[in-house]
Design a protein around this ligand. Structure first.
Ligand code: KG4
Ligand code: ZN
Length: 354
């Protein structure tokens, strides 16, 4: 399947699976007409993580103004889109419901079809999007980066998931492996807290690591040689032990060195296994997506070590947004998917079951 064979369509995307409230309008799965993301990070920072009840109530306050602003920004009205794509799962149940009910309300009022999208699939399709958004959708004279080519090895690294997937065509996913315990982003968030950095931990560790020595501490790498799975709990425990040891001898924590050494251990395993999977399975290209794909050390290492072209979404599209939901929704729309008003959210929806 090639994008050029798909019929043109404009999709409104809605995303409320965790702590970002987002809406976007995307043309033909690649051209962003508008993408608005309202982050709740400041709201949750006081709790050191996402507080589900607070998240869903904030989505209620924010989602409608954001949808309205999206149409204003794109100088469009609802009648000018072809379908509404909404994140159905995985995610926080109470948060998913807000986006889902918004999509249903808009569908009921306009007659537009709704399409439930898997959040991990959406992260993958962020790599098809052109950045920055194009005013009035005018793509004349704009050079698009090449589309990812199949078979693709996909590494999804987010706050809730770490998965290695083989994609032989659009919308088909063969799960090779996943984390046995913590997700990569979760490990960043937990270790950040251990060494006294603020939430969200990923960006905080990256910043601290810039001034540190990645070889200062020899933290363990769980290679799990006989599988494509990952494990980060041993690494997290090793950092905890080191922090306790340093505290017991009343030494000030060398935060930059701890951050750099932890980050190096995560990146080594993520990149090492992804590269090996690409070689073993004869992948044409590699795609890395999800919040942790914003990490500069990970981006540099995968580009340096990959035996084939690598696609990583632009930074603005790595963390949660609705453009990626609209992009995935476009391919589902083209395939004929239409969901009913009785569609429920799926908080634990695996990518292999979409
Ligand atoms: O994909 P995402 O926005 O939300 C989920 O679907 O989970 O990912 C959020 C995760 C958080 O754990 C955050 O700490 C991590 O992505 N993250 C990073 C970076 N930016 C965000 N991890 C490492 N380095 C970064 N620069
Ligand atoms: Zn996400």
């Amino acid at each position: 399947m090639n994008a050029t064979t798909f019929p043109p369509a404009r999709i409104l995307g809605i995303e409320t699976s965790c702590d970002e409230t987002a809406a976007s309008i995307v043309e033909n799965g690649r051209v962003i007409l508008t993408s608005i993301v309202a982050s709740q990070v400041d709201l949750h920072a006081q709790f050191g993580g996402v507080f589900p009840e607070v998240a869903s109530r904030q989505h209620i306050r924010t989602i409608y103004p954001i949808v309205e602003t999206s149409f204003k920004e794109a100088h469009m009205h609802l009648g000018e889109v072809d379908a509404i794509a909404v994140t159905r799962g995985p995610g926080l149940p109470g948060s998913l419901v807000i986006g889902m009910n918004t999509a249903k309300g808009l569908s009921l009022g306009s007659g537009l079809p709704i399409i439930g999208v898997n959040h991990l699939e959406a992260h993958i399709y962020s790599a098809w999007l052109h950045w920055p958004p194009l005013a009035n959708g005018s793509s004349g004279g704009v050079e698009f980066k090449p589309e990812p080519q199949f078979p693709l090895i996909v590494l999804i690294v987010s706050g809730g998931h770490t998965e290695l997937v083989l994609m032989k065509d659009h919308l088909t996913y063969e799960r090779l492996g996943a984390t046995l315990d913590d997700a990569a982003g979760e490990a960043f968030d937990k270790v950040a807290r251990l060494i006294g950095l603020e939430y969200p931990g990923g960006p905080a560790i990256q910043k601290a690591a810039d001034g540190g020595n990645p070889k200062a501490f020899a933290f363990p790498r769980a290679w799990l040689e006989d599988s494509w799975n990952f494990s980060f709990s041993g690494l997290k425990t090793a950092v905890l032990r080191e922090v306790r040891r340093l505290q017991s001898v009343r030494r000030e924590l060398p935060v930059a060195d701890l951050a750099a050494s932890f980050q190096a251990a995560v990146v080594d395993v993520l990149v090492g296994k992804t590269v090996r999977a690409a070689q073993a399975l004869g992948a044409a290209e590699i795609l890395v997506a999800g919040g942790v794909s914003a990490n500069s050390a990970l981006r540099a290492a995968i580009h340096a070590q990959a035996p084939c072209p690598v696609h990583i979404p632009p930074l603005a599209l790595c963390t949660d947004n609705a453009a990626m939901v609209a992009a995935a929704g476009y391919y589902r729309f083209a395939k004929g998917q239409r969901d009913g008003l009785d569609m429920d959210v799926l908080p634990n929806w695996p990518l292999s079951e979409v």
